[in-house]
Design a protein around this ligand. Structure first.
Ligand code: GLY
Length: 419
């Protein structure tokens, strides 16, 4: 098979690693990919949000399958454009991807299908926002409706803070993405994520994970895209997993199909484990980053066979095998991230680190110069994954490998998966 993978980050490096190990794959092309991925496939400089360019590339390659890593091309309709050209895609249609692209769309789908979630209201002007915030009581969450690069959610302690956040968003802080805003009840409890495959009708649990969003130890500092993750999620036991599948994923898949917008791909369910049961924080229509870097190393089944089961509607007869061990990934980021940071500093010791047993190093933002030096080229730069008999030993493996990496301009959290 000829596969085109779309994306360039740490998640896509993990996908490329997994796809290139498939017995079914003869050729892997990655758009745009990165220097670190060039060992796994041919990188072609077409941007991940260039729907027309990617469609043309897939047609010219006669790709058998296009695997779409990030949310932006999904929300822009890359899967539909490929379907128009008879090319199979792993990833939902533009309308189904609204589960991530529009928080109002996702909440309304959940409401129609009795999927547990917090109370919410969608508002379009400041008067409406103030009124809903006053009825929600102290402590609510204000969210931009559309994609806002992970910055569109503000958890507020007071009504005053919530009104300020809503006013800023409605005033155009995120452009079209915050033309409408959600005011949500603030839920309390530990968070976890569940990943499942959906083929338009059937669903199959994949794995759980828990990420660490704040930049610094002890959950201090600004929110980031994720500074590390563990899989399985320690708090999501088998009973909760089954409850999430029965109460959330299955009704979601049925509901989307019944409404004529079937979902096909991986669904990432962000959960709050409240005292009254698991509730939906958000949906994402793709693998998480850095969650993919802990989930895919645990997958023993050929990933491409699972993707084909999704594309061909065969999940009802499919099962997956998983490594019983746990995985922990620790993200190394450029100093300053998620604010301004500089690029170009050299990272040494990666070969030594990769020689550690049960260790994988995924590159999220690096470039490799002519002399084979690895240079930082992004905010989140590396994800160092360790596998181990349990979370504690996986964690130890990841941190042992990080101990070999010499990068004075980078930083990482020292408490990923601790406790
Ligand atoms: N780690 C969070 C995300 O991928 O959205």
């Amino acid at each position: 098979m000829k596969i085109l993978l779309v994306g360039s980050g740490g998640r896509e490096h993990a996908l490329a690693w997994s796809i290139s190990a498939s017995a079914l794959v003869e050729e892997l092309v990655i758009a745009p990919g990165s220097d670190a991925m060039a060992d796994l496939g041919k990188c072609v400089p077409v941007a991940a949000d260039d729907v027309e360019g990617l469609t043309e590339l897939a047609v010219n390659l006669a790709a058998d399958l296009v695997v779409i890593g990030p949310e932006v091309p999904l929300v822009l309709g890359l899967a539909d454009s490929l379907a128009d050209n008879n090319i199979a895609a792993f990833g939902p249609s533009r309308v189904a991807a609204q589960l991530e692209g529009s928080k109002a769309f996702a909440r309304e789908v959940c409401q129609r299908h009795n999927i547990p979630q917090p109370a919410f209201a969608v508002v379009r002007n400041e008067d409406e926002a103030r009124q809903k915030i006053d009825t929600m009581g102290e402590g609510c969450v204000v969210k931009a409706d559309g994609l806002a690069a992970g910055k569109g959610v503000v958890v507020c302690d007071t009504a005053e803070d919530a009104k300020k956040a809503a006013a800023e968003m409605l005033g155009g802080r995120f452009g079209a993405a915050s033309q409408q805003v959600l005011i949500e009840e603030r839920m309390v409890g530990p968070e976890a994520s569940l990943f499942a495959l959906v083929d338009g009708a059937d669903c199959l649990f994949m794995a759980s994970a828990q990420d660490h969003k704040r930049a610094f130890d002890q959950d201090q500092g600004p929110n980031t895209g994720g500074m590390g993750a563990i899989s399985p999620a320690p708090r999501l036991d088998d009973a909760l997993r089954d409850q999430v599948m029965t109460e959330i994923v299955e009704p979601l898949a049925r509901g989307m199909a019944d409404e004529g917008t079937p979902y096909r791909g991986v669904i990432y369910v962000g959960l709050m484990l409240t005292t009254t049961g698991p509730k939906v924080v958000e949906f994402n229509c793709r693998f998480g980053d850095p969650e993919a870097q802990v989930i895919l190393p645990r997958l023993k089944t050929d990933l491409v066979t699972a993707m084909l089961a999704v594309v061909e509607g065969g999940l009802g007869h499919f099962s997956m095998r998983w490594d019983e061990r746990g995985a922990v990934t620790v993200v190394m980021a450029a100093k300053g991230y998620p604010g301004p940071y500089s690029k170009g500093s050299e990272i040494r010791g990666l070969k030594e680190a990769a020689r550690h047993k049960d260790t994988l190093i995924f590159h999220a933002g690096t470039m490799i110069d002519r002399d084979d030096n690895v240079l930082a080229n992004g905010g989140r730069v590396l994800a160092v994954t360790g596998l181990g008999g349990d979370g504690a030993s996986a964690r130890q493996t990841a941190y042992d490998a990080i101990g070999c990496i010499d990068w004075p301009d980078g930083f990482f959290r020292t408490d990923i998966a601790k406790g």
